[in-house]
Structures are given as structure tokens and as C-alpha cells.
Design a protein around this ligand. Sequence first.
Ligand SMILES: Nc1ncnc2c1ncn2[C@@H]1O[C@H](COP(=O)(O)OP(=O)(O)OP(=O)(O)O)[C@@H](O)[C@H]1O
Ligand SMILES: O=C(O)c1ccc[n+]([C@@H]2O[C@H](COP(=O)([O-])O)[C@@H](O)[C@H]2O)c1
Length: 248
Amino acid sequence: MTGSHRVVLLACGSFNPPTNMHLRMFEIARDFLHRTTNYNVVAGLISPVHDKYGKEGLVNASDRIQMLRLALNSSSWVHVSEWETQQDEWTPTREAVQYHQELVDSVVNGNVDPTVKRQRLDSSTSWLTHLAGSTDPVSVKLLCGADLLESFARPGLWKDEDIEALVGKYGIVVITREGSNPYKFIYESDVLTRHQKNIHIVTEWITNEVSSTKVRRALRRGESVKYLVQDSVIDYIYKNALYNTHNK
Ligand SMILES: Nc1ncnc2c1ncn2[C@@H]1O[C@H](COP(=O)(O)OP(=O)(O)OP(=O)(O)O)[C@@H](O)[C@H]1O
Ligand SMILES: O=C(O)c1ccc[n+]([C@@H]2O[C@H](COP(=O)([O-])O)[C@@H](O)[C@H]2O)c1
């Protein structure tokens, strides 16, 4: 692709458990960006949140990572990033995006300070080696559903300067969700309107309201989640008695 700009899509969330929609988000976003922009999406990354995020019912990061690995077996270009889970504390999303941008920069441009580079290249990061073949810049952009974008307005949840950096410096790709209206949401926010060019709204016409909450509920009740979640993930959940499945 000539004149294209390389992009890595990074999705942050609980993935508790990973659903098929989490995987599909990446496909929809990549298709859309290839059709409507000169972005060449070269990799996708899923960054599960730290255990200390403390959300009710959050299973251990090690289990969420295992489930993501199994789910991503069917993807040739989306990978798990364990970095957030390896920190001592929960990491704000802006810092997670910044870390991955610096990681990519260290490989593409070799211009990051040596300590940072050493820490970063320790983890198994096969997807990075693909990027090293060229010095064309790579931007890391946050990939999320419209509910995450709309959570920017929840009082006290996000720092203003982090929102500014996420939309101003990095950019966001937002997948619409039933009941959300990201266009209206952007219109109502001065900062989002100012950086509108950096916010790509991807309309998912084939609406699919699977969520991890609904999957956990179904599992708890002994109901089938087949075709909502990868079979290998379902097997893992039952084998490890996650989400109260041991009662079944
Ligand atoms: N059905 C969906 N459509 C669009 N985006 C989605 C969908 N499900 C999840 N996402 C997005 O995936 C990312 C990670 O999501 P998260 O782990 O919070 O999943 P979730 O299914 O919303 O979880 P929970 O129900 O536990 O809150 C978020 O950006 C979220 O908006
Ligand atoms: O950076 C922040 O200030 C911030 C505030 C709230 C949530 N987040 C991130 O948003 C994601 C939300 O995931 P979830 O499962 O609660 O929908 C998760 O990755 C959090 O780390 C981030």
C-alpha cells in the first residue's frame, strides 16, 4: 500500500471472558480503516486489565490471558499483550497506549532510551518483529466499543488530560453498540469535537449485543454460550470451574 500509514489497534478491557465480539471488533475496524483511510492496520493487540482493577467477578489475569490466547488461535494478526497485567497496579489506559507506542517506536525507529527498550523487548512479542522490516512510522490507536467512549463522561472516572491525549495524540477507533450514539456524544463534548478527525466511528450494522456480562450470567445459570464464545474458551471455563460453572 503506497502512502499508507501503519497502525496498531490496541483494545483495553476486562475480557472476562473474551467473547466473539471482542474478536470481531478488530475485523470490523480493520476493514473500515482500509476502506476509508490510508491506514494500513498491521497488528491488533488485546490488553487485559490488571487484577487490581477490582471489578466485581473479575477472574484472575492468568485465566483471562489463557482464554484470550485460546480465542486468538483463530486470528493471524491479533495478539495478547500481558504488560498491563504484569504491572504492580492498575494502569490508566493512556499509559497503556503510551507504553505500546513506545514499544513500537523502539523497534521501528530504535530511538527509545536503552532501559525502556530492554524492558520492552523481554516479553515475547513476535508481532513486533514484523514491524521492524520498515522504518515507516507506526501509530498505536485505542480500539473500543462506544460504551467505553461514553464512559469518558462518567464523573471522576477518566482524567481530562488522559482523554485529551487519547484523542489528540493517539486517536481512537470506536465500534458502535446498540443504544449508543457516538456522534451525538462527540457533539456534546468540546474536547472530542476538537479532535474529531482522530476519532473513527465504525458503524456495526450487524448488531451483536453479546457482552461478557451476559455470557457470565448464562454460564452461572447453566445456559449454553456456544457460538458466543470460542469453543476452546468454553472448555477452559468448564475445566477450571470459572464463573461458578462448578455448580453445573
Ligand atoms: N458487543 C460489542 N460491541 C462493540 N464493542 C464491544 C462489544 N462488546 C465489547 N466491546 C468492547 O470491547 C472492549 C473490551 O470490553 P469489555 O471487556 O469491557 O467487554 P464487555 O463485554 O463490555 O464486558 P462487561 O460486560 O464485563 O462489561 C470495550 O472497548 C468494549 O466497548
Ligand atoms: O484510564 C482511565 O482513566 C480508565 C478509567 C476507566 C476504565 N479504564 C479502562 O477501560 C477498560 C474498561 O473495561 P471494562 O471491562 O470495565 O468495561 C479497562 O481497560 C480499564 O482499564 C480506564
